[in-house]
Write a protein that binds this ligand. Structure first.
Ligand SMILES: [Zn+2]
Length: 359
């Protein structure tokens, strides 16, 4: 199972394509303009399995946050290996591999324009204001030349005590559309990868599906080695009930749940799939696998953003990239096995939900 985790983007893409091809999937490749670290061509890849005119569809996307694609790609490969050929005659399964191939290949969470693509799926720009981010900008953004010894954690904790922890998380991670060199920047225009994603949804034969479950795979939020499913908010009571029936009470975390480590963000890819399948009943979920404490993850993101803007190839630079990778795809076999087994059981639950007579 652990062999599904690739060491780089090109290997992951190759394995995904080979596994899907061997299972008879229809494969399509969508190149992006930005090259990989050695000048190689990068692409978003789509594999379609199942019915030619499905009335129900399962859509599984990975790697919208670049480096999180190591885990997402591994889960997609394991899914092809274990479950995809078992789809019934009326269900189509569309796997979208590495929505942010640049970030995956360059070990970044954002894309070639420093944009967080999961804040970029807006209907119009500019995106909503976020005054809160401004209050943390001096701590987060890449000014300091002493990023490795600047008491960031203590300074952020002191600031958060004043500001409130939930408000701090919302201000920082909720997305911002003002500072192009900052973190969680949603961009000032629609990004090419998002256009590609929309094209993939139109190219695959899923347009006529009346029931769609979209699972977008992420890592880095929540408890280590555990998962949660985050639905699109606001959430109607009937939708919440339905999701809990399919995926279990514990797994579905709405923002009203006190166990939530979530925050609200605009422009997520779930909004886009919900818009594209306008006439269908769409259940769009973020599948999040937790890794380390939020402060550690934020520190890793901040240092990598600093490195990107200041450059340099040194032992320290390699450490920064290694720590970011560790924060989004921990090396421990226990974590990786947990991700695959829990992820497969969620995807199995989704297929089961789609095969029910009348959900
Ligand atoms: Zn993510």
């Amino acid at each position: 199972m652990l062999a599904h985790f690739a060491g780089d983007f090109l290997t992951a893409r190759e394995r995904f394509r080979r596994a899907a091809g061997e299972c008879g999937a229809r494969l399509q490749s969508y190149p992006i303009d930005a090259p990989g670290p050695n000048g190689e061509a990068l692409s978003v890849d789509a594999a379609y399995f199942g019915a030619p005119n499905p009335t129900r569809a399962l859509l599984v996307s990975s790697g919208i946050h670049g480096i999180e694609g190591f885990a997402g790609s591994a889960l997609q490969q394991a899914f092809i290996h274990d479950l995809a050929p078992a789809a019934d005659g009326r269900t189509g399964i569309l796997l979208v591999h590495a929505l942010n191939p640049y970030g995956f290949a360059h070990l970044r969470r954002v894309n070639e324009h420093n944009v967080d693509l999961n804040r970029n799926c807006l209907q119009s720009f500019p995106g909503p204001g976020n005054e809160g981010y401004r209050s943390f900008r001096d701590l987060l953004d890449p000014y300091s030349s002493r990023v490795h010894a600047d008491f960031f954690t203590i300074r952020l904790l002191l600031r958060a005590l004043r500001y409130g922890f939930a408000a701090t998380q919302q201000a920082i991670a909720g997305g911002q559309y003002t500072f192009a060199d900052g973190l969680f920047y949603g961009g000032d225009r629609r990004q090419p990868s998002i256009d590609i994603f929309e094209r993939i949804l139109h190219d695959a034969p899923v347009a006529g599906a009346g029931l769609v479950i979209h699972i977008d795979v992420h890592t880095g939020l929540g408890s280590y080695g555990d998962y949660q499913l985050l639905p699109t908010e606001p959430l109607e009571a009937a939708t919440l009930r339905q999701l809990r029936k399919w995926f279990g009470d514990r797994a579905i975390i709405g923002s009203t749940n006190p166990a939530s480590v979530n925050y609200s963000a605009s422009g997520s890819v779930r909004e886009l799939s919900t818009r594209v399948f306008a006439s269908a009943r769409v259940y769009a979920l973020t599948l999040e696998f937790g890794t380390f404490a939020p402060l550690r993850v934020l520190q890793a993101l901040r240092r990598e953003n600093w490195l990107h803007h200041h450059g340099g190839d040194s032992v320290f630079s390699r450490k920064i990239k290694a720590e970011l990778l560790q924060c989004f795809c921990p090396r421990a076999a226990r974590w990786r096995n947990a991700l695959l087994s829990q992820g497969l059981s969620v995807l199995q639950q989704a297929l089961h939900a789609l095969s029910a007579p009348s959900p």
